[in-house]
Unconditional design. Sequence first.
Lengths: 609, 214
Amino acid sequence: MESSELKGGKDSQISDELSELRMESSELKKAKESPISDESNRRSSFPDEVLDRVISLLNSHRDRSSVSLVCKDWYNMERWSRTHIFIGNCYSVSPEIVARRFPKIRSLTLKGKPRFSDFNLVPQNWGADVHAWLVVFAAKYPFLEELRLKRMTISDASLEFLALSFPNFKALSLLSCDGFSTNGLAAIATHCKNLTELDIHENDIDDKGGGWLSCFPESFTSLEVLNFANVTSDINFDALERLIGRCKSMRVLKVNRGISLEQLQRILANAPQLTELGTGSFTQELAQRQYEELESAFNNCKNIHTLSGLWEVKGLYLPALYPVSTRLTFLNLSYAVLQSDELAKLLVHCPQLRRLWVLDTVEDKGLEAVGSNCPLLEELRVFPADPFDEEIVHGVTEAGFVAVSYGCPRLHYVLYFCRQMTNAAVATVVQNCPDFTHFRLCIMTPGQPDYLTNEPMDEAFGAVVKTCTKLQRLSVSGYLTDLTFEYIGRYAKNLETLSVAFAGSSDWGMQCVLGGCPKLRKLEIRDCPFGNAALLSGLEKYESMRSLWMSACNVTMNGCRLLAREMPRLNVEVMKEEGSDDDGRADKVYIYRSIAGQRRDAPSSVLTL
Amino acid sequence: MELQLGLALPTPNIIKGFDLNNFGFDQIKGFGDKDCVKNKRGFEQAFGNFTEDCKAMPLLLWNGQPNEEEDHKKKSTSSSMDENETEEEDEVVGWPPIKTWRKKLFQQHQPGRVENNIRKVENKEKGRSIYVKVKMEGVAIARKIDIRLYHSYEALTNSLISMFAKHQKCDEDDYTRYTLTYQDKEGDWLIAGDIPWETFVRSVQRLEIVRNSG
């Protein structure tokens, strides 16, 4: 076995994905009972030292899951050498089970709420509180170094508990989380003496002021990653400047909107080693000398490859970025209201761009400039600046999408919000870019057909799944019949995540997806005419998936109860709305596999069947 | 296939066995507003510029022709509305799927937005897309088209025919029974076709397809 083959990589090269948890529940019962000493009766053909070394080189959790299934020896070696654990659904397993199996965890990634909680579809107190995990880990993993949370709830008390319980703690990343305030951040800053990373991104924070940043002690020098773009209150700039000054290894810095251009210039002058920069507000009135100083500061930053922020950007000052733009690989302009000509002028200087996020204010003309200037582009995200303003119709159309596809054949990730699309345009796009792994198209009016032919958008997504054989993630939109889902079920062999809204004609659509798509892991559906027959057609499938979300569909309580009865290893949760009658309809259903049994922290609005 | 159109107000709208009457989400109160996030602490502090009232809005499902006028308007009660928006304003919870914090960014960003709106209006007249509303007599829901996509009256009428074909009565399958009229810059309603196409494009404000009497 070549160690180089096993090392790294997110996707398993070894075998088809095996569900870590399915394996857990059956194999674990056999394997965990025997202590390591019994293993000497059955030597594997490799000396332990070699095997241990090889297995410890594995980074991908999927590869490790596969390896642990081979035999007891390998299972035990793997569990002793695993230092990072990724848990895609915090309720699929309990912290006690994790601690029992893996004694040496130093890094934990936990995801909590269903993704639709980002769009206000999940009740407030739904759960996914990390505290129980922290309590167990404080006892079992006092040497924990990293915690990365997504869509979890974490309180200030938990943050303080974290800061005090883990003396080696190095990296905290909070993405789309809630439940905490800037006081919690202050606790982290105060107590985590070895902190290297503080990444606070897209959270719902109770902002009580900017004093938290001043809590980093004067003796503190280890910070390498600091992202507080999401924390709106003004921080003390002197404190920030001193912090940056003494953290010589800082490579990622993303400030909030309160930082002015003049302050940015001072930061850059002090930290030319940065590789990722998020600016503050890009709109101060600058004198000529100040502008030149800013440009010069950018010029000194030879390592910046990722740029974001640029709030309230003034087109006039964009040229200050030209010195860094030639080396940029990721440019996030999704907070910058730019017109097409402003973007075009900037992109001329960005030939190395791999990832670009923009607002639809750049319009099709701006996207043409993308196609013309960024041949290496791999990822494009176009967000709507004004999703609810229909009176002045603007934004991007199918023309912009097609223009990018002609210029950027390596495009494999797209997120595109638009108000009109055609089947022909999508077919052209995937013909030009057949390597899509992530195709997320959002036609913003629900149920909107091809605006030129008035036909459903079935053929568009048919083209996507037929042409893009590597497709892992798909979000569909527009007027779609069951035909779209027939195509998906039949052709999307590598599809793992599917998001559906306002689509389909009957149960058959969902049945096609559940009957096909062998690698499906996450299915989220809202406002579709799928009912119990569709729900129940996926019985065994759900155990090989992480989760299913269905809201505003035709599923009833009885259907859910039947599912829960037939599949005891699934948690079937129904979220009831306040004041709605118990008329049998299941408004929001969230189904997921678990080896931890029913969760005990569900609020009263969540019924576990 | 039969398409059905939903109109705004709390009219139950049955689409292929899908009964919307049972939508009763608490959260139908406008996007990301205070009521949606009752339990979040300091929400107003973090994103404090909200003056909108939270109105209970009906949840609607579309399964038919697009109508950009009617859906997804988020209007603060203090903003002005022109007469075209008197109809139905309905909102769909959590749609389009944009994260709440991102929506907040642009609500906070008022000055830039106004500036941007002005720029948008200018752009409208600079030879980019020119959007005009098209109404067909007897059809409640209008469409919006980009008149710059077309280069002749014939192209325009062909496209309109395919857009509105569903609304013809079955005993009238001859489209010449309809007349295309337009409102010009002076506010007068005229029959389309009399003036050169380019002049027409510069002066058309709105279109209406009227049935010939008789």
